[in-house]
Design a protein around this ligand. Structure first.
Ligand SMILES: Cc1cc2nc3c(=O)[nH]c(=O)nc-3n(C[C@H](O)[C@H](O)[C@H](O)COP(=O)(O)OP(=O)(O)OC[C@H]3O[C@@H](n4cnc5c(N)ncnc54)[C@H](O)[C@@H]3O)c2cc1C
Length: 300
Protein backbone atom coordinates (compact mmCIF):
# COMPACT_ATOMS: atom_id res chain seq x y z
CA UNK A 1 0.00 0.00 0.00
CA UNK A 2 1.18 3.54 -0.70
CA UNK A 3 2.42 5.63 2.21
CA UNK A 4 -0.43 8.15 1.86
CA UNK A 5 -3.04 5.38 2.07
CA UNK A 6 -1.35 3.80 5.09
CA UNK A 7 -1.25 7.14 6.92
CA UNK A 8 -4.80 7.84 5.78
CA UNK A 9 -6.03 4.82 7.72
CA UNK A 10 -5.17 6.66 10.94
CA UNK A 11 -5.75 10.32 10.20
CA UNK A 12 -6.56 13.05 7.70
CA UNK A 13 -3.68 13.43 5.24
CA UNK A 14 -2.86 16.49 3.11
CA UNK A 15 -0.26 16.12 0.35
CA UNK A 16 2.35 18.77 -0.54
CA UNK A 17 0.77 21.07 1.97
CA UNK A 18 2.07 24.61 2.21
CA UNK A 19 3.35 25.38 5.70
CA UNK A 20 2.37 29.00 5.10
CA UNK A 21 -1.15 27.87 5.94
CA UNK A 22 -0.08 26.35 9.25
CA UNK A 23 2.16 29.03 10.75
CA UNK A 24 1.17 32.42 12.12
CA UNK A 25 4.14 33.92 10.23
CA UNK A 26 2.51 32.62 7.00
CA UNK A 27 5.93 31.57 5.77
CA UNK A 28 7.33 28.19 4.70
CA UNK A 29 7.72 25.65 1.91
CA UNK A 30 5.54 22.58 1.37
CA UNK A 31 5.73 19.43 3.47
CA UNK A 32 5.37 16.00 1.87
CA UNK A 33 2.43 15.03 4.09
CA UNK A 34 0.54 16.99 6.75
CA UNK A 35 -1.32 14.57 9.01
CA UNK A 36 -4.04 15.01 11.65
CA UNK A 37 -4.08 11.76 13.70
CA UNK A 38 -7.60 10.75 14.78
CA UNK A 39 -6.66 9.73 18.35
CA UNK A 40 -3.81 8.38 20.50
CA UNK A 41 -4.11 4.86 19.10
CA UNK A 42 -3.85 6.22 15.56
CA UNK A 43 -0.89 8.41 16.54
CA UNK A 44 1.04 5.37 17.79
CA UNK A 45 0.37 3.62 14.45
CA UNK A 46 1.48 6.68 12.48
CA UNK A 47 4.67 6.80 14.54
CA UNK A 48 5.32 3.12 13.80
CA UNK A 49 4.98 3.78 10.05
CA UNK A 50 7.28 6.81 10.31
CA UNK A 51 9.88 4.78 12.19
CA UNK A 52 9.78 1.75 9.88
CA UNK A 53 10.05 4.02 6.81
CA UNK A 54 12.78 6.14 8.47
CA UNK A 55 10.96 9.39 7.62
CA UNK A 56 11.69 12.79 9.17
CA UNK A 57 8.76 14.28 11.07
CA UNK A 58 7.78 17.28 13.18
CA UNK A 59 4.86 17.93 15.52
CA UNK A 60 2.99 21.20 15.00
CA UNK A 61 0.49 22.88 17.27
CA UNK A 62 -0.80 26.12 15.75
CA UNK A 63 2.61 27.05 14.35
CA UNK A 64 2.64 30.25 16.40
CA UNK A 65 6.27 29.90 17.48
CA UNK A 66 7.84 28.45 14.34
CA UNK A 67 9.74 30.02 11.45
CA UNK A 68 9.79 27.42 8.64
CA UNK A 69 12.43 27.79 5.94
CA UNK A 70 11.33 28.49 2.37
CA UNK A 71 12.45 24.95 1.39
CA UNK A 72 10.14 21.97 1.04
CA UNK A 73 10.17 19.51 3.96
CA UNK A 74 10.53 15.93 2.68
CA UNK A 75 8.87 14.47 5.78
CA UNK A 76 5.63 14.42 7.72
CA UNK A 77 4.14 17.15 9.86
CA UNK A 78 1.87 15.77 12.56
CA UNK A 79 -0.71 18.24 13.79
CA UNK A 80 -2.84 17.58 16.86
CA UNK A 81 -5.13 20.61 16.78
CA UNK A 82 -7.98 18.90 14.88
CA UNK A 83 -8.77 15.81 16.99
CA UNK A 84 -6.83 16.12 20.28
CA UNK A 85 -9.15 18.79 21.63
CA UNK A 86 -11.02 17.29 24.59
CA UNK A 87 -10.88 18.81 28.07
CA UNK A 88 -12.36 17.86 31.43
CA UNK A 89 -12.78 19.90 34.62
CA UNK A 90 -13.33 18.46 38.09
CA UNK A 91 -15.19 20.57 40.65
CA UNK A 92 -12.00 21.29 42.64
CA UNK A 93 -10.27 22.93 39.64
CA UNK A 94 -8.40 19.89 38.37
CA UNK A 95 -8.26 20.20 34.58
CA UNK A 96 -7.23 17.37 32.25
CA UNK A 97 -6.84 18.42 28.64
CA UNK A 98 -5.64 17.04 25.33
CA UNK A 99 -2.65 18.76 23.76
CA UNK A 100 -4.28 20.06 20.58
CA UNK A 101 -6.72 22.23 22.54
CA UNK A 102 -6.33 25.98 22.03
CA UNK A 103 -4.91 27.49 25.22
CA UNK A 104 -7.05 30.61 24.65
CA UNK A 105 -10.17 28.44 24.49
CA UNK A 106 -9.09 26.58 27.63
CA UNK A 107 -8.58 29.86 29.51
CA UNK A 108 -12.15 30.89 28.57
CA UNK A 109 -13.60 27.51 29.56
CA UNK A 110 -11.84 27.83 32.93
CA UNK A 111 -13.26 31.34 33.39
CA UNK A 112 -16.78 30.10 32.56
CA UNK A 113 -16.41 27.64 35.45
CA UNK A 114 -14.95 30.36 37.75
CA UNK A 115 -11.48 28.81 37.86
CA UNK A 116 -8.47 31.07 38.13
CA UNK A 117 -4.90 30.31 36.98
CA UNK A 118 -5.08 30.48 33.20
CA UNK A 119 -5.79 34.22 32.81
CA UNK A 120 -2.19 34.79 31.66
CA UNK A 121 -2.73 32.40 28.74
CA UNK A 122 -5.91 33.98 27.40
CA UNK A 123 -4.00 35.82 24.65
CA UNK A 124 -1.41 33.18 23.68
CA UNK A 125 -2.43 31.87 20.24
CA UNK A 126 -1.13 28.27 20.51
CA UNK A 127 -2.16 24.81 21.63
CA UNK A 128 -1.71 23.25 25.05
CA UNK A 129 1.09 21.06 23.59
CA UNK A 130 2.98 24.07 22.23
CA UNK A 131 2.47 25.93 25.51
CA UNK A 132 3.89 22.99 27.50
CA UNK A 133 6.84 22.62 25.10
CA UNK A 134 7.66 26.35 25.39
CA UNK A 135 6.59 26.81 29.01
CA UNK A 136 4.61 29.68 27.52
CA UNK A 137 3.89 32.58 29.79
CA UNK A 138 3.02 36.22 30.25
CA UNK A 139 2.62 38.74 33.07
CA UNK A 140 5.05 36.85 35.35
CA UNK A 141 3.02 33.62 35.09
CA UNK A 142 3.74 30.55 33.01
CA UNK A 143 2.59 26.99 32.40
CA UNK A 144 4.93 25.51 35.01
CA UNK A 145 2.91 27.23 37.77
CA UNK A 146 -0.26 25.27 37.04
CA UNK A 147 0.95 21.96 35.55
CA UNK A 148 0.94 18.84 37.73
CA UNK A 149 1.66 16.18 35.11
CA UNK A 150 2.09 15.87 31.35
CA UNK A 151 0.90 12.87 29.32
CA UNK A 152 3.60 11.95 26.82
CA UNK A 153 4.28 9.55 23.97
CA UNK A 154 7.94 8.54 24.17
CA UNK A 155 9.89 5.46 23.13
CA UNK A 156 6.69 3.83 21.92
CA UNK A 157 4.90 4.24 25.26
CA UNK A 158 2.25 6.70 26.51
CA UNK A 159 2.89 7.73 30.12
CA UNK A 160 2.48 10.54 32.63
CA UNK A 161 5.53 12.59 33.67
CA UNK A 162 5.45 14.51 36.93
CA UNK A 163 6.11 18.27 36.88
CA UNK A 164 9.38 17.78 38.83
CA UNK A 165 10.82 15.92 35.87
CA UNK A 166 9.82 18.47 33.24
CA UNK A 167 12.79 20.84 33.81
CA UNK A 168 10.70 23.99 33.44
CA UNK A 169 12.38 27.40 33.44
CA UNK A 170 11.93 30.63 31.45
CA UNK A 171 10.46 29.50 28.07
CA UNK A 172 12.10 26.11 28.58
CA UNK A 173 10.94 22.53 29.18
CA UNK A 174 12.48 19.06 28.98
CA UNK A 175 10.72 18.59 25.62
CA UNK A 176 13.16 20.97 23.95
CA UNK A 177 15.88 18.36 24.60
CA UNK A 178 13.74 15.47 23.31
CA UNK A 179 12.45 16.26 19.84
CA UNK A 180 10.96 12.74 19.56
CA UNK A 181 8.65 13.05 22.59
CA UNK A 182 5.07 14.07 21.85
CA UNK A 183 2.91 15.87 24.39
CA UNK A 184 -0.54 14.24 24.40
CA UNK A 185 -2.12 16.12 27.26
CA UNK A 186 -1.67 17.65 30.68
CA UNK A 187 -3.24 17.74 34.09
CA UNK A 188 -3.19 21.15 35.71
CA UNK A 189 -4.55 22.57 38.96
CA UNK A 190 -6.64 25.73 38.84
CA UNK A 191 -8.19 27.43 41.85
CA UNK A 192 -11.80 28.50 42.43
CA UNK A 193 -12.14 32.26 42.01
CA UNK A 194 -14.57 35.08 41.33
CA UNK A 195 -15.78 34.86 37.74
CA UNK A 196 -16.10 38.61 37.26
CA UNK A 197 -12.57 39.23 38.57
CA UNK A 198 -11.19 36.52 36.26
CA UNK A 199 -13.03 37.96 33.26
CA UNK A 200 -11.98 41.54 34.07
CA UNK A 201 -8.33 40.48 34.31
CA UNK A 202 -8.57 38.66 30.96
CA UNK A 203 -10.25 41.68 29.35
CA UNK A 204 -7.71 44.17 30.65
CA UNK A 205 -4.87 41.99 29.43
CA UNK A 206 -6.47 41.59 26.03
CA UNK A 207 -6.73 45.35 25.74
CA UNK A 208 -3.08 45.70 26.78
CA UNK A 209 -2.04 43.22 24.09
CA UNK A 210 -4.16 44.91 21.44
CA UNK A 211 -2.61 48.26 22.31
CA UNK A 212 0.99 47.04 22.37
CA UNK A 213 1.25 44.14 19.86
CA UNK A 214 0.70 43.96 16.07
CA UNK A 215 -1.98 41.28 16.39
CA UNK A 216 -3.42 42.03 12.95
CA UNK A 217 -0.13 41.19 11.18
CA UNK A 218 1.46 37.76 10.49
CA UNK A 219 4.16 37.17 13.11
CA UNK A 220 5.22 34.68 15.78
CA UNK A 221 5.06 36.79 18.92
CA UNK A 222 8.31 37.84 20.61
CA UNK A 223 11.20 37.12 18.26
CA UNK A 224 13.89 37.14 20.98
CA UNK A 225 14.08 35.89 24.54
CA UNK A 226 14.61 38.62 27.09
CA UNK A 227 18.24 38.50 28.22
CA UNK A 228 18.89 38.87 31.95
CA UNK A 229 20.29 42.40 31.54
CA UNK A 230 17.37 44.10 29.70
CA UNK A 231 14.15 43.70 27.78
CA UNK A 232 14.78 42.62 24.17
CA UNK A 233 12.43 45.31 22.80
CA UNK A 234 14.39 48.05 24.60
CA UNK A 235 17.67 46.90 23.09
CA UNK A 236 16.13 46.77 19.60
CA UNK A 237 14.67 50.23 20.14
CA UNK A 238 18.05 51.57 21.28
CA UNK A 239 19.87 50.30 18.17
CA UNK A 240 17.30 52.21 16.11
CA UNK A 241 15.66 49.19 14.48
CA UNK A 242 12.00 49.90 15.30
CA UNK A 243 10.24 49.96 11.91
CA UNK A 244 13.28 48.66 10.00
CA UNK A 245 12.54 46.54 6.90
CA UNK A 246 14.53 43.95 4.98
CA UNK A 247 12.69 42.62 1.94
CA UNK A 248 9.19 41.79 3.18
CA UNK A 249 10.23 41.49 6.85
CA UNK A 250 9.81 44.40 9.23
CA UNK A 251 10.41 45.20 12.90
CA UNK A 252 6.95 46.17 14.12
CA UNK A 253 6.41 49.87 14.80
CA UNK A 254 4.08 48.81 17.62
CA UNK A 255 6.41 46.39 19.45
CA UNK A 256 10.12 46.27 18.63
CA UNK A 257 10.48 42.61 19.69
CA UNK A 258 7.90 41.54 17.09
CA UNK A 259 9.08 40.95 13.53
CA UNK A 260 6.19 40.91 11.11
CA UNK A 261 5.70 39.41 7.66
CA UNK A 262 4.86 42.77 6.15
CA UNK A 263 4.94 42.12 2.40
CA UNK A 264 5.21 38.43 1.45
CA UNK A 265 8.44 38.03 3.41
CA UNK A 266 10.61 34.99 2.82
CA UNK A 267 12.10 33.10 5.74
CA UNK A 268 15.46 34.45 4.57
CA UNK A 269 14.19 38.05 4.90
CA UNK A 270 13.18 37.37 8.51
CA UNK A 271 16.50 35.71 9.35
CA UNK A 272 18.53 38.49 7.72
CA UNK A 273 16.76 41.00 9.96
CA UNK A 274 17.23 38.75 13.01
CA UNK A 275 20.97 38.42 12.32
CA UNK A 276 21.39 42.17 11.83
CA UNK A 277 19.67 42.84 15.17
CA UNK A 278 21.83 40.26 16.96
CA UNK A 279 25.02 41.74 15.48
CA UNK A 280 24.13 45.35 16.37
CA UNK A 281 23.04 44.47 19.92
CA UNK A 282 26.25 42.51 20.44
CA UNK A 283 28.41 45.35 19.11
CA UNK A 284 26.67 48.12 21.01
CA UNK A 285 25.84 46.38 24.32
CA UNK A 286 27.91 43.17 24.33
CA UNK A 287 24.66 41.21 24.86
CA UNK A 288 23.78 37.99 23.00
CA UNK A 289 20.15 37.97 21.88
CA UNK A 290 18.75 34.47 21.40
CA UNK A 291 15.65 33.77 19.36
CA UNK A 292 12.51 32.57 21.12
CA UNK A 293 10.92 31.61 17.80
CA UNK A 294 12.13 28.21 16.62
CA UNK A 295 13.58 27.68 13.15
CA UNK A 296 12.34 24.57 11.39
CA UNK A 297 13.70 22.81 8.27
CA UNK A 298 16.77 25.00 7.86
CA UNK A 299 19.88 23.52 6.25
CA UNK A 300 22.31 25.75 8.11
C1 LIG B 1 0.65 37.28 18.41
C2 LIG B 1 1.41 36.29 19.26
C3 LIG B 1 1.53 36.51 20.62
C4 LIG B 1 2.24 35.60 21.42
N1 LIG B 1 2.33 35.83 22.76
C5 LIG B 1 3.00 34.95 23.54
C6 LIG B 1 3.08 35.16 24.95
O1 LIG B 1 2.56 36.10 25.51
N2 LIG B 1 3.78 34.24 25.68
C7 LIG B 1 4.39 33.17 25.10
O2 LIG B 1 5.00 32.37 25.83
N3 LIG B 1 4.30 32.94 23.78
C8 LIG B 1 3.64 33.81 22.98
N4 LIG B 1 3.57 33.58 21.63
C9 LIG B 1 4.28 32.43 21.03
C10 LIG B 1 3.45 31.14 20.89
O3 LIG B 1 2.07 31.43 20.81
C11 LIG B 1 3.71 30.18 22.04
O4 LIG B 1 5.06 29.80 22.10
C12 LIG B 1 2.82 28.92 21.96
O5 LIG B 1 2.93 28.22 23.17
C13 LIG B 1 3.19 27.99 20.80
O6 LIG B 1 2.16 27.02 20.67
P1 LIG B 1 1.84 26.31 19.28
O7 LIG B 1 0.79 25.31 19.52
O8 LIG B 1 1.54 27.31 18.23
O9 LIG B 1 3.22 25.59 19.00
P2 LIG B 1 3.99 25.51 17.62
O10 LIG B 1 4.47 26.87 17.23
O11 LIG B 1 3.20 24.75 16.64
O12 LIG B 1 5.25 24.65 18.06
C14 LIG B 1 6.24 25.20 18.92
C15 LIG B 1 7.17 24.05 19.35
O13 LIG B 1 6.42 23.17 20.18
C16 LIG B 1 6.48 21.86 19.65
N5 LIG B 1 5.19 21.22 19.90
C17 LIG B 1 3.96 21.72 19.63
N6 LIG B 1 3.02 20.84 20.03
C18 LIG B 1 3.68 19.77 20.54
C19 LIG B 1 3.27 18.53 21.10
N7 LIG B 1 1.99 18.19 21.22
N8 LIG B 1 4.24 17.67 21.52
C20 LIG B 1 5.55 17.98 21.41
N9 LIG B 1 5.99 19.13 20.89
C21 LIG B 1 5.06 20.03 20.46
C22 LIG B 1 6.75 22.02 18.16
O14 LIG B 1 7.36 20.87 17.61
C23 LIG B 1 7.69 23.22 18.18
O15 LIG B 1 8.99 22.76 18.48
C24 LIG B 1 2.85 34.46 20.83
C25 LIG B 1 2.71 34.25 19.43
C26 LIG B 1 1.99 35.14 18.66
C27 LIG B 1 1.83 34.87 17.18
Amino acid sequence: MKLKERLGAYGDVLTKESLKKHTTFKIGGNCRYFVYPKNELCLTQIMKIIQVEGLPYKVFGKGSNILCSDDDFPGIVICLDRYFTDFYFETDGTCVVQSGTSIILLAHEAMKRSFSGLEFASGIPGTVGGAVFMNAGAYKSDMSQIIQEVFVYRNGICEWINVQDLDFSYRHSVFQQHADWIVLGMRCQLIPGDQKEILDLMDSRRQRRMASQPLDRPCAGSMFRNPTQAQAWELIEKIGFRGKSIGGAKVSEKHANFIINDKNATAEDIMTLVTMIQKEVKEQFDIDLHTEVERFNWKK
